[in-house]
Design a protein around this ligand. Structure first.
Ligand SMILES: Nc1ncnc2c1ncn2[C@@H]1O[C@H](COP(=O)(O)OP(=O)(O)O)[C@@H](O)[C@H]1O
Ligand SMILES: O=C(OP(=O)(O)O)[C@H](O)COP(=O)(O)O
Length: 397
């Protein structure tokens, strides 16, 4: 692929290959509930293994803030990785130091080893040079197959590429090619749906996104922050009140750019965040003080589907509600099924991405009907904004 070294250029036989993958997969009760991200990196791992490499997987899981924490251990993901690969995956309880060194030394040609969460060390997110060198000590070659983490300039996604011969993995390569093909010159009107829970890490990119799309539909936890910024009382909903000024600025930028902002007009509220919690549909201006918005309501779904019907291109990251717990999956499922119908009818190019978004589309039974499903959420939106992704830039020839 132009601009990058790929596995076609790499001599990996007998080498220790550090492969950055994204195993930040949805989990419930200790079980992986959606294996899409693992399936998407499997071809790279298998190819390297078949070519006689010693494959050492580096990944993060969750946001443990630089401290070891059993809740965020990748040991929980090792079994699911083995099942997807159909071969054993060894595990080391640290990604640097003697434990990692010994596990890498014990690895046979063609073997696969998963190292513990890189984010158990503060140096990872700081892209600390010493930490990057400690990671590099266990490899001869670096392969980045984590497109969905490529918007992070971390040691394992960026720093390492500067220390070892660096190559794009097959999924990294395929994601960039597919996004360019599907969205390089998107046909207007372009509608974006942004929802989910990662409000603080995604809100800034909406500032540029509103200049690229004709309408921005905001759902999920993200919508609550915008509703609150507008003066609506969202009760106990997930909401980042300190981002009100940013949300207001985005609404101003959108108006200037001629981008419609579509916010929920009704919502499904409950007092507990659990499956089948007692719930009611209310106007967004009538959320009870002790209530939580866990989904957008039926009127909002109708409006969203109206925007999808008008669109030629749809980009979607972030579920409209807490789709993991019934019945708060209803809006996400309804909009996903409508977008899938429009796509199958040849009326829409639909591109969706994000760990939980893909899980939600699988849950709705329509992931195969979208034009393209990216493993990436934030990275995909930043790519859409036209930003350079540090993990991709670092692979440039
Ligand atoms: N109204 C809401 N309140 C609380 N959580 C929500 C709400 N809407 C969506 N979510 C949560 O957002 C999460 C997904 O967000 P995010 O990580 O940003 O998406 P992705 O992984 O697709 O990029 C899901 O776990 C979902 O339960
Ligand atoms: O799940 C991820 O991104 P996504 O939620 O945007 O899809 C990536 O693994 C990046 O995780 P991060 O947002 O904690 O850096």
């Amino acid at each position: 692929m132009a601009g990058f070294h790929t596995l076609d250029d790499a001599d990996v036989s007998g080498k220790r290959v550090l492969v950055r993958v994204d195993l930040n997969v949805p989990m419930q009760d200790g079980h992986v509930t959606d294996t899409t991200r693992i399936e998407r990196v499997a071809p790279t791992i298998t190819e390297l293994s078949d070519k006689g490499a010693k494959v050492v997987l580096l990944a993060h899981f969750g946001r443990p803030k630089g401290e070891p924490n059993a809740e965020f251990s990748l040991a929980q993901i090792a079994r699911a990785t083995e099942e997807v690969l159909g071969k054993p995956v060894a595990f080391a309880a640290d990604c640097i130091g003697p434990e990692a060194e010994k596990a890498v030394a014990d690895l046979e040609i063609g073997g696969v080893l998963l190292l513990e969460n890189t984010r158990f060390h503060k140096g990872e997110e700081k892209n600390d040079a010493e930490f990057a060198r400690a990671l590099a000590a266990n490899g001869d070659v670096y392969v980045n197959d984590a497109f969905s983490a490529a918007h992070r300039a971390h040691a394992s996604t960026e720093g390492l590429a500067r220390l070892l011969p660096a190559y794009a993995g097959r999924t990294m390569q395929a994601e960039l090619e597919a996004l360019e093909k599907g969205l390089g010159k998107p046909v207007k009107p372009v509608v974006a749906i942004v929802g989910g829970a990662k409000v603080s890490t995604k809100i800034d990119l909406l500032m540029n996104l509103v200049k690229k799309v004709d309408a921005l539909v905001i759902g999920g936890g993200m919508a609550n922050t915008f509703l609150a910024a507008r003066g609506t009382d969202v009760g106990k909903s997930l909401c980042e009140h300190d981002l009100a000024a940013t949300a207001k600025q985005i609404m101003i930028e959108a108006a200037t750019a001629g981008c419609a902002i579509v916010l929920p007009t009704d919502a499904v509220v409950a007092k507990e965040f659990k499956a089948n919690a007692a719930n009611e549909v209310v106007d967004v201006n009538a959320v009870p003080a002790d209530g939580m918005i866990l989904d957008v309501g039926p009127k909002t779904v109708e409006a969203i589907n109206g925007w999808i019907a008008k669109a030629q291109t749809l980009v979607w990251n972030g579920p409209l509600g807490a789709f993991e717990i019934a019945p708060f999956d209803a809006a996400t499922v309804a909009a996903a099924q409508f977008a899938a119908e429009e796509t199958k009818a040849g009326k829409l190019v639909s591109v969706a991405g994000g760990g939980d978004t893909v899980a939600a589309l699988n849950h709705a039974g329509v992931a195969d009907d979208f034009t393209y499903i990216s493993t990436a959420g934030g990275a995909f939106l930043e790519w859409m904004e036209g930003k350079d992704l540090p993990g991709v830039t670092a692979l440039s020839k």
